[in-house]
Design a protein around this ligand. Sequence first.
Ligand SMILES: NC(=O)c1ccc[n+]([C@@H]2O[C@H](COP(=O)([O-])OP(=O)(O)OC[C@H]3O[C@@H](n4cnc5c(N)ncnc54)[C@H](OP(=O)(O)O)[C@@H]3O)[C@@H](O)[C@H]2O)c1
Length: 236
Amino acid sequence: MVRVIIAGGTSGMGLATAKLLAQKNFEVIILGRNQEKLNQALAEIGQTAKGKSVDATNLETLKQTFADIGKIDHLVIALSGGKGIGLFRELDLDDLKNGFEGKFFPQLRTAQAALPYITATGSITFITSISSQSKAIGTAGLGAINGAIEIMIPTIAKELKPIRVNAVAPGVVNTTWWDFLPPEKKQETFEKYAETIPLGRIGEPEDIAKMILTFIDNDYITGQIIAVDGGLSLGQ
Ligand SMILES: NC(=O)c1ccc[n+]([C@@H]2O[C@H](COP(=O)([O-])OP(=O)(O)OC[C@H]3O[C@@H](n4cnc5c(N)ncnc54)[C@H](OP(=O)(O)O)[C@@H]3O)[C@@H](O)[C@H]2O)c1
């Protein structure tokens, strides 16, 4: 069986990817911090999915986790941060730093720790964000975090060849990432975005999962960042 590790596979896009890949008969192993969420996610995925509780801010734990897992065919990195949002005038730089600590470094650390186990025919797929290019008000910090990962993708792909390295850049997607907003505000925000998105709706985690499957499946793509955003990044 082809083995896929999904770091951040216990909710949102990572979980949707785990479900899709399990349906396609991949061997799926999900990683997340929260054991309860992990158990719940495994119950939802069903099939033969496995999971490990690990905090991607901790290199030693990550190294041990990948040593325990052994061979990896494909690695998907869906870890999120969520800090660093706000208008530049008021942007709290410590919060932005936490944003880098919550996403930029954990994503890179996970890739590095997994590398010794990734097969030559394998791939790494990062999840970044169209905030890197959308120029949306209040997202300069988020854009910096995601842009920093994206700028590295083609270089890493050249260095790690023949392992393929790509990124999916989602737009606005209906996941728990938005739970920092009260439910009504979240709904209102989604509706406002839906009005401006050319394809008329916000994204669902499954939209991103399909792109990740393509990156895994198509062994002639590397060094690419593909926006899956309903056209949001095209602007108005
Ligand atoms: N939702 C959006 O609109 C949107 C838009 C653009 C980009 N993105 C990006 O898309 C990616 C997936 O986001 P999502 O919306 O699916 O988020 P999500 O539902 O919050 O899922 C994040 C996943 O990452 C795990 N995680 C976070 N920090 C971790 C850590 N230090 N160690 C281990 N696991 C960790 C979480 O598990 P635990 O809770 O157990 O830690 C969870 O499984 C993120 O990189 C996010 O920045 C999201």
